[in-house]
Design a protein around this ligand. Structure first.
Ligand SMILES: C[S@@+](CC[C@H](N)C(=O)[O-])C[C@H]1O[C@@H](n2cnc3c(N)ncnc32)[C@H](O)[C@@H]1O
Ligand SMILES: [Zn+2]
Length: 223
């Protein structure tokens, strides 16, 4: 397995080669909401007065993770999603679509500017009725939630909420490993696929089929 990426947050890499490969693997079945991904980066720079980094931490979840929610929904029948750190609603939109018309996403956001923007973005996509934005500090809001969720995704940068996240993940559900455990396997699958297609190591259909299976298996392994 060869990783030829330099920096995991480098969106040029996502845009130039992750996304086209993901579209070939999952394209027909998935809306990647790439406009919202880009808008989130744009917002962050504006909010940080032109700098990439600063007080605003609205880094959208990387697109190589976009198919994960759909795969989880199919595998465990996930309908109830919980996210910490809404940003502008990019991952919440992916979750709401992955779970289908009867799904529900609760997503927690401390920054009122982000919560307002996310509300508008989800509204534009016709997803507001399936996504509830809980405004405030996740460390307080999590304590007020009781119902277990099928999928719990922590993207707000807190280290001290793992007890609450475990408590809120149903048995057999997907929890805190989603972010930490999937990065290398999923980027690895895409790197292998790219090498196989570029070097014509095997017929294209076989390469795509093998990569699709490996991607799914990596996601199932977090359960
Ligand atoms: C990495 S961004 C989330 C990106 C989003 N999940 C996506 O994929 O587009 C982190 C977000 O967490 C929010 N945040 C930071 N601390 C928080 C806290 N204690 N409670 C709730 N949200 C928090 C930030 O305001 C920011 O919008
Ligand atoms: Zn911001």
């Amino acid at each position: 397995m060869s990783f030829d990426f330099v920096d995991s947050s480098n969106r040029q890499i996502y845009a130039q080669w992750h996304v086209p490969l993901l579209q070939r693997l999952f394209g027909d079945a998935l809306d990647f909401h790439l406009d919202l991904y880009e808008r989130t980066h744009f917002h962050r720079r504006e909010h940080n007065c032109g700098e990439d980094d600063g007080a605003c931490t609205a880094w959208p979840s990387p697109p190589y993770r976009s198919p994960v929610w759909k795969i989880l929904a199919e595998r465990i029948g996930a309908k109830r999603f919980l996210e910490v750190g809404t940003g502008l609603g990019y991952t919440a939109a992916l979750m709401a679509e992955a779970g289908g018309p009867k799904s529900h996403v609760d997503t927690i956001e401390i920054d009122p500017v982000h919560a307002d923007l996310a509300e508008a973005e989800l509204g534009k996509r016709g997803l507001s009725h399936r996504v509830r934005i809980l405004r405030g500090d996740a460390r307080e809001i999590l304590q007020t939630l009781d119902e277990p969720y099928d999928v719990v995704f922590s993207d707000g940068g807190q280290n001290d909420i793992s007890y609450e996240l475990r408590r809120l993940t149903r048995r057999g559900g997907a929890g805190t490993g989603i972010k930490s455990r999937l990065r290398e396997p999923l980027i690895g699958v895409l790197a292998d696929l790219r090498a196989s297609l570029a070097n014509k190591i095997e017929p294209e259909m076989e390469a795509l089929s093998r990569a699709g299976s490996a991607y799914r298996k990596a996601v199932w392994d977090v359960l």
